[in-house]
Design a binder for this molecule. Structure first.
Ligand code: HPA
Ligand code: ZN
Length: 337
């Protein structure tokens, strides 16, 4: 777009990026070979990188994508694998003007297949240190819990001694809720979020991606969240939308993700204009870029610009909302503005 250099130069914050969703097919196959992981042989999508990329173009729903997402992450075994994954994302992000990234990871998905929490922490810590020192980029970790697993499982993982230690040490600043949304309403995780509140952790949750606007209301009322991931369906309820605008709660929109996962028919169905006009704060993010055509944050910015033709002031507002809604220190925010 005409505004590409401008969009690139804006001080961007990324708030909605599943680090496992940044696993490019090339790295997926490389790590599978290194770690002797046998990929499903009854699915021709795993026959080659090209076949896998082609399959990624045909997702029919969130759950159809999640099937590939969980198989993909099975190649991640050692601290070095997690460090490489995170560092490759940080490098791509920094190159397109991301100043600060708050990344999600799914501890339960790794613990269930025998990868320890300390393996994740060791890898992410290495990458975060390098991002800070080599790229001047600040990063934070947000631990997401899987709503398709029993809430009791999320609570026992939350209370593992090494997990609690990562919260106390400030290695992990907050929690989120992700995976299959339909039939897993937010209030099922009320007790988990109450514990996170007690520990003064930041709290966010995916809500209103495939699920209805009622799940957004439920997440706000039951979980005490300071942020809403996606919140695509917020525009379906004018009254709740006005309340969210008034409270200044940040939505972390992922426009291209919504198109690829068939949550909307086209990008023009993402209510960007409505949110701007209603004064709803939002950031624009990439979600699982390696699975969504290799579209990272700047690709999302450019696609939104192509579709909505926003003004320079509107873009500045979006970036300022992102900075102000970040969970970094006040002094870091001041540096970015
Ligand atoms: N939605 C829900 N869960 C997820 C997603 C998503 O877009 N990506 C990774 N886990
Ligand atoms: Zn997500």
């Amino acid at each position: 777009t005409l505004l590409h250099p401008f969009l690139e130069s804006l001080p961007k914050c990324e708030h909605h990026l599943h680090i496992e969703g940044s696993l490019e097919p090339s790295l997926l196959f490389e790590l599978a070979a290194k770690n002797n992981i046998v990929l499903p042989q009854d699915d021709e999508a795993f026959e080659s990188q090209d076949a896998l990329q082609a399959r990624y173009k045909r997702f029919t729903s969130l759950d159809d994508f999640l099937h590939y997402y969980y198989i993909g992450m099975s190649v991640l075994i050692t601290p070095e694998d997690f460090a490489q994954l995170a560092m490759e994302y940080f490098q791509k992000a920094a190159k397109t003007g991301v100043y600060h990234a708050e990344i999600f990871f799914d501890p339960q998905a790794h613990l269930e297949r025998g990868v320890s929490y300390s393996t994740l922490m060791e890898g992410f810590t290495t990458a975060r240190y390098r991002a800070q020192h080599e790229l001047g980029m600040t990063t934070l970790l947000v631990s997401c819990f899987l709503r398709h697993l029993p809430p009791t499982n999320s609570i026992s993982v939350f209370n593992q001694p090494d997990v609690l230690k990562s919260y106390r040490a400030g290695q992990v600043v907050g929690i989120g809720l992700d995976s299959s949304e339909k039939d897993f309403p937010p209030h099922l995780f009320k007790d988990l979020y109450a514990m996170a509140t007690t520990l003064k952790l930041r709290r966010t949750a995916h809500a209103g991606e495939e699920g209805p606007v009622e799940y957004i209301r439920d997440a706000l009322e039951s979980l005490g969240i300071d942020r809403i991931d996606h919140g695509l369906h917020l525009a379906d309820d004018e009254e709740l939308m006005a309340l969210v605008a008034k409270r200044g709660t940040l939505l972390t929109l992922c426009p291209l993700s919504n198109v690829v996962l068939k949550c909307v028919e086209t990008l023009s169905d993402v209510p960007i204009r409505k949110f701007l006009d209603a004064g709803v704060k939002f950031s624009i993010n990439s979600d699982d870029p390696a699975y969504f055509g290799g579209n990272y944050i700047l690709d999302n910015y450019c696609a939104v610009q192509e579709t909505f033709d926003l003004s320079i002031d509107e873009w500045k507002t979006i970036c300022r909302s992102g900075i102000e809604g970040s969970w970094c220190t006040t002094s870091r925010k001041a540096e970015m503005i």
